[in-house]
Every structure is written in structure tokens, then in C-alpha cells.
Design a protein around this ligand. Structure first.
Ligand code: MN
Ligand code: MN
Length: 493
């Protein structure tokens, strides 16, 4: 029986997975990877990938897109510009936020963000729901319904005046998530320490952007991690700690994981490649490197690489938070704003993968001997797809979506704003030279970027409905306070 030819065969490339690498052909039929092997039959179209790496497109699980900050500052990127920028850097799935600021109705917020994404996105996406208004309607009606509809993760902030969640509502949210089997992602820093330190600095005239770096004291991270983990343990609810920046923070996570607590964690390129000294620039220039938590020290970078290698941290996300260096973004409070009035955040969707490819694959990190490519695929695609339960994403495997980035491992690129596709107007990685860049990127078998050009149309990205999956399942091990066998029979969970 003659069979239909494959739609596309990518021939002779080095296929990279989180487990290993091998030379093979890869065939695509429709939207899926149909076969991987030697000497596959001809495709209607063929790509010669000899000398290239054929890798799963990146999954960026933390990016702010077309989002209004709690302070009322709008992101520079639309879904269209952000997802184009992501694709140029090899990313094919992104997880932005639907941000319920205080006083807002969650259902309406979700509808609004979903409409923006439907219109603009060129790569596939799933949302985290930011909850800053945990009122009865949100907790009892909207959140359970939206989780059940396929939005299986929540994001909460333990700091920022306008959106922070205190310990008691945090427990409410953890319990609501447990009932819906959704993962809870957290921006965890001690609010009081940051607020107090900021006031001390400003009162003494230390207003320049660089003081932002010390206004988030190192210990504010470890303290909030410890408190968050205690709350999650009480409720037996899995958590994901976002953007770990310090060695002490990573150590808190390691200790908790050692006790069998279900805590996942990410870091970001800004904590692996930048330090607080990058904020120390003349005038307002340092604002371009302002993000929260701030970049720390070289010793923290090394500690975070070790934590990634040990599995204490499982993913590297961009935390893309694009604010322009002008009155529409960073300088919305004027050209002489103090550090507390400057929007926090950096663009990073496009540079995340090239920076990590260069570090792990091209140069090699000592923490990942002989397995830099595998670690790159695991940390940037396979692990986030697994943890956030994105079915068919994040790996090269028959039956999976044909989300593929073909990398030229020899292409040397100096990162410059002129070459970026985000609307932010600057990149904090300006001037860094990397070797290795994705030259062709496809989502479900369709080219999004080819020959240096964008070939997808706005709205071609697809929303990924998902349940919480294994990562979001409670352990079932209850603390003595919560276990009816030991708490006088009180049934709380
Ligand atoms: Mn954050
Ligand atoms: Mn963020």
C-alpha cells in the first residue's frame, strides 16, 4: 500500500533531547512529529539540517505580555511583538499572565487577556492567573471554574504594595489551588524588609537606580521562601518559586526538597549572566538593568548553576517584563525618578535561549560535564512543559507537536538592540557575544521564523488548555496539625 508522503522531512541533523543526542531524520505530518529515524522516506518538502541541531522549541513559562502593572504602567510588547520576539530566539510556547489587579473581576480579566492573545499570538500559549483580589467570588466561584476550564496555575506576590498577598489569604489561595489541583507560582520576597530598606535609602538621598539592588536585601528572599514553604506544607499544596536570585534562597529550596516537600523553582538569565554591578551606571542608565529581585553577585550565579545541576531548580524562564526606557515605561514618573518609582523588569524572551545555548552547549558549564546540550533542552523546554503539564510540548518525540528550532551551532552573534524584535527598545544583554542561534523555528509544523524573516501571522498561536498534572498533585502527607488522626479529628483540607 503506498502511503502519503510526509509533509516535511528535516534530514541529517543532530537531534537533541533531555536524554541524549543522535543524528537522524525527523518527519512531520500535519502538526505532529510523525517519525524519527535513519533514511526516512521523502517528504513533500525537505530541509537539509546536516551540521545543525534539531531541538524542541523553547517553553518560556514566565513572561509578562501586554500586561498592565499594578502601578498602571503598560508593557511595551503586545502579544504580536512578544511572540515574534520569542520565536526569533527559538521559543515556541510561552506562559504569560492574566493579571487580576486589586478590585478586578477575575473572569473579566481572563476574558480580556484571552482576547488579546487570540488576536496577536504567533506561538502557542497558556496563562497563569495572577490573583491580587482574593475575595469570595474569586476564591469560591471564578478561580475553581477557570482552573477546571484549563487554566491550571495561579501566581501570587508576597511583595509590592498594590498586589501583595499576606499570609492568611495566601493560605486561602493555596487551599483553593489544592482543591482544583492547580500549581501555585509565587514571587516570594519579604515585603517589610524591602519597604523598610527602601525608605532608609531614599531618606538619606540614595535614589539612583543602583540602590534598587540593595533595597531588596538578600535575606528577604530566603525569609519569604521559608515562610511560603511552611504555608504550602501546612496545606500540602505544591508550589513553584519564581526567579530565585540568591545562594541562600536556593539553599532553602534544597533543604525543603530534602524533606520531601513538593517545591519547584526557576531562575532566569538575568541571575545567571548579570550582577548588581550592572545597575551601577551614570544617570538613569542603570534603570535598564532594574528587575525584582535584582541581579546579585558572581557567587550567586555559580550557586544557581549548581542548583540547576542538582535539580533544586528545574527551569530557566525569561521573566520577560518589557518597559521602555522612556516616559511610557521605566521613566513614567519623570526623568529624575527615584529607584522606587521606576518600573521593574527586563526584556528577555528573545535572548533566553541563545544565552543558555552559548553557556551550556558552546562553552560548556562545569556543572554539566558532557551533557550541556541535554541540560539546555531539559531546562528550557522539557522540564517546563512537564511541570506545567503542557501536553505534546517541550520534546522531540513521535506524536508530539512539531514545535522545532533548527540551530546553527556556529553562528556567532553579538547581541544588540538593533537586532531584537521586542518593542522594549533596549536589551540588558547588549554587547554580549554568543555562538549558536536558531535559524528556523516552527510551531506545529508551520514556519514562524525562516531565513531571518517572520512568516507567521498574528493569531496563529493556540491556547493550550491544561490540567495541573502530576506536578500539581498534593503529596497526601499531612502535617500533624492537619491530619485528623492526630489533630483531635479536625477535618480542614
Ligand atoms: Mn516577579
Ligand atoms: Mn515576573
Amino acid at each position: 500500500m503506498p502511503t502519503e508522503p510526509y509533509d516535511l522531512v528535516i534530514r541529517g541533523g543532530t537531534i537533541g533531547t533531555s536524554e541524549g543526542r543522535f543524528e537522524a531524520d525527523l518527519a512531520i505530518k500535519g502538526e505532529k512529529i510523525a517519525a524519527i529515524g535513519q533514511g526516512l522516506a521523502a517528504g513533500t518538502k525537505e530541509i537539509d539540517a546536516r551540521g545543525k541541531f534539531v531541538l524542541p522549541g523553547g517553553v518560556d513559562a514566565h513572561a509578562h505580555i501586554e500586561q498592565l502593572s499594578s502601578g498602571g504602567v503598560m508593557n511595551a510588547d503586545t502579544f504580536e511583538s512578544a511572540t515574534a520576539s520569542a520565536a526569533f530566539g527559538g521559543t515556541t510556547t510561552v506562559m504569560p499572565f492574566a493579571a487580576q489587579n486589586r478590585g478586578l473581576d477575575l473572569r473579566k480579566v481572563m476574558d480580556d487577556y484571552a482576547a488579546l492573545a487570540r488576536r496577536g499570538a504567533m506561538i502557542d500559549y497558556a496563562f497563569h492567573m495572577i490573583i491580587a483580589n482574593p475575595d469570595a467570588k474569586t476564591l469560591e466561584t471564578d478561580l475553581p471554574a477557570l482552573i477546571a476550564e484549563g487554566h491550571a496555575s495561579i501566581k501570587v506576590f508576597m511583595t509590592y504594595d498594590l498586589i501583595k498577598i499576606d499570609d492568611e489569604p495566601l493560605l486561602d489561595l493555596l487551599l483553593t489551588a489544592r482543591h482544583g489541583q492547580a500549581l501555585v507560582c509565587v514571587h516570594a520576597e519579604n515585603h517589610g524588609m524591602i519597604s523598610w530598606m527602601s525608605k532608609q535609602l531614599l531618606a538619606k538621598g540614595y535614589v539612583a537606580p543602583k540602590y534598587h539592588a540593595i533595597s531588596h536585601p538578600r535575606g528577604s528572599e530566603a525569609e519569604a521562601f521559608t515562610r511560603l514553604i511552611a504555608a504550602a506544607t501546612l496545606v500540602d499544596q505544591p508550589i513553584m518559586i519564581f526567579h530565585v536570585s540568591t545562594e541562600e534562597g536556593a539553599a532553602v529550596i534544597r533543604e525543603a526538597r530534602g524533606r520531601g516537600i513538593k517545591v519547584f523553582a526557576e531562575t532566569c538569565p538575568q541571575y545567571l549572566f548579570l550582577t548588581r554591578h550592572d545597575l551601577d551606571k551614570p544617570g538613569m542608565e542603570g534603570a535598564k538593568w532594574m528587575c525584582s529581585p535584582p541581579p546579585r553577585e558572581k557567587a550567586d550565579q555559580d550557586a544557581l548553576w549548581r542548583a540547576l545541576a542538582l535539580g533544586d531548580l528545574q527551569t530557566v524562564s525569561s521573566d520577560h517584563a518589557p518597559y521602555r526606557f522612556d516616559e511610557t515605561g521605566k521613566l513614567s514618573a519623570g526623568p529624575n525618578a527615584n529607584f522606587k518609582q521606576i518600573a521593574n523588569g527586563l526584556p528577555g524572551l528573545e535572548t533566553r535561549l541563545p544565552l543558555l545555548f552559548d553557556a551550556l552547549v558552546t562553552r560548556g558549564r562545569p556543572e554539566f560535564p558532557e551533557r550541556g546540550l541535554e541540560a539546555f533542552v531539559e531546562l528550557t523546554a522539557t522540564a517546563p512543559a512537564r511541570i506545567y503539564n503542557l501536553a505534546g510540548k517541550g520534546a522531540i518525540r513521535p506524536g508530539y507537536d512539531a514545535d522545532i528550532a533548527i540551530w546553527d551551532p556556529d553562528r556567532r552573534v553579538t547581541i544588540t538592540q538593533a537586532a531584537m524584535h521586542s518593542l522594549t527598545g533596549f536589551t540588558p544583554f547588549e554587547g554580549m557575544t554568543v555562538t549558536g542561534w536558531p535559524e528556523r523555528v516552527m510551531v506545529r509544523g508551520r514556519d514562524v521564523v525562516a531565513d531571518g524573516k517572520l512568516t507567521a501571522s498574528p493569531g496563529s498561536g493556540r491556547w493550550l488548555a491544561r490540567k495541573g498534572g502530576p506536578a500539581a498533585l498534593p503529596t497526601g502527607r499531612l502535617t500533624a496539625d492537619m491530619d485528623p488522626a492526630t489533630n483531635f479529628g479536625a477535618s480542614i483540607l
